[in-house]
Design a protein around this ligand. Sequence first.
Ligand SMILES: *[C@@H]1O[C@H](CO)[C@@H](O)[C@H](O)[C@H]1NC(C)=O
Ligand SMILES: *[C@@H]1O[C@H](CO)[C@@H](O)[C@H](O)[C@H]1NC(C)=O
Length: 309
Amino acid sequence: MKQGSMNRSCLCSVLITTALICGAYFICNAYLAKDFKEKLLKWEITDKMHNSTDKMQNATTTSTCKNFNKPVGTEALPQGIIEKTSNLETQHLWNYDDTKKRRPNHSMSLLAMAVGIKQKELVNKVIQKFPPRDFAVMLFHYDGVVDDWKQYPWNNHAIHVSVMNQTKWWFAKRFLHPDIVAEYEYIFLWDEDLGVGHFNPQRYLSIVKEEGLEISQPALDTSKSEVHHPITARQKKSKVHRRMYKYKGSGRCDDHSTNPPCIGWVEMMAPVFSRAAWRCSWYMIQNDLIHAWGLDTQLGYCAQVGFFF
Ligand SMILES: *[C@@H]1O[C@H](CO)[C@@H](O)[C@H](O)[C@H]1NC(C)=O
Ligand SMILES: *[C@@H]1O[C@H](CO)[C@@H](O)[C@H](O)[C@H]1NC(C)=O
C-alpha cells in the first residue's frame, strides 16, 4: 500500500504566480452565524452575572461557567496555573541559553507531508518554498527511510515520524490532533508529488486571509497537470474561484448549482485548512482512509466553522 498520490501517473503542478486558488470553500450561512452570536452573547452575560453574585450560591452553574475556558480534564485545577497551549518549538537539551531561544512573535503554519525517499527531490523543492520562519515542517515517512534525508539543510528543523506503509490520513489522524496543532494558523496537508515551480506559500496565505477561506487548495496548472476535476484548474485572470461552469455534456454546473464538484470543493492532494476548519475536519478523517475520495465532498461542512470561532 502506498500513498494515495502514488497511483496517479501525473505530476501535478501547483501554480500561483499572479493569482488563483481554486475550489475554495466559503459557504455562507447567515442563520448559523446569527444563532451563534446570540448564544455567545448569552454566555457573556451569564459570565458577568456570576462574577457579580455570591460565588457560593449556584455553585454548580458557577463552576460550569468558570470552567468554560478550561481544557477538558483540567476542571479541578485552580485558575491561572496552566498554559492552554505550547509554542511547539524545539528546545535545547543542554547549553540552555534563554536569550537565544527562538520564540516566534508571529503565527506559524504547518506543512505536513507523507513522504517516501523515492520522491526526495520533489519533496525538497516543496519544502524549500516554505520558509522556516513561517512554517514548521512535519514529514511522515511511510517507507521507514529517515536517514537519507540528511543531505538537505532543512532536515534538522523538520519533525520526522516514521511508520511503515501508512497513508497521509492515518498520519493526520494519529499525529495531528487539533489540540496538538492548535498553535498553527494553517495546515497544509499535502501529497509528495506536487510541482511547485510557481507557488509561493506566503502569497497564497495572503489571498486565503483576504478571502476568508477556511479550506482551499492551489489551482492546477493545466499545461503541466492532469486535471481530473475542472474546478481545480487554474482560471486565468482570476485570483480565486469558488465555483466552475459547465454548460454541455454530463455533470453540468451553472449558477444554480449548489453542490460539489461545481462549488465548494477541493481535491484531497493539496488541501489547506484553517485552524478552525482543521479542528472540524480531523473528526471526519478515519485512519483507514487511503485516497479519502468521498471525504472531499463532505468537507464543506467544516468550511463553515469560521462562524463558530
Ligand atoms: C518579530 O521578530 C523579528 C525578529 O525575529 C523582528 O524583526 C520583528 O520586528 C518582530 N515583530 C514584532 C511585531 O514584534
Ligand atoms: C510494507 O509494504 C511492503 C510492500 O508491500 C511489504 O513488503 C512490507 O512487509 C510492509 N511492511 C510492514 C511493516 O507492514
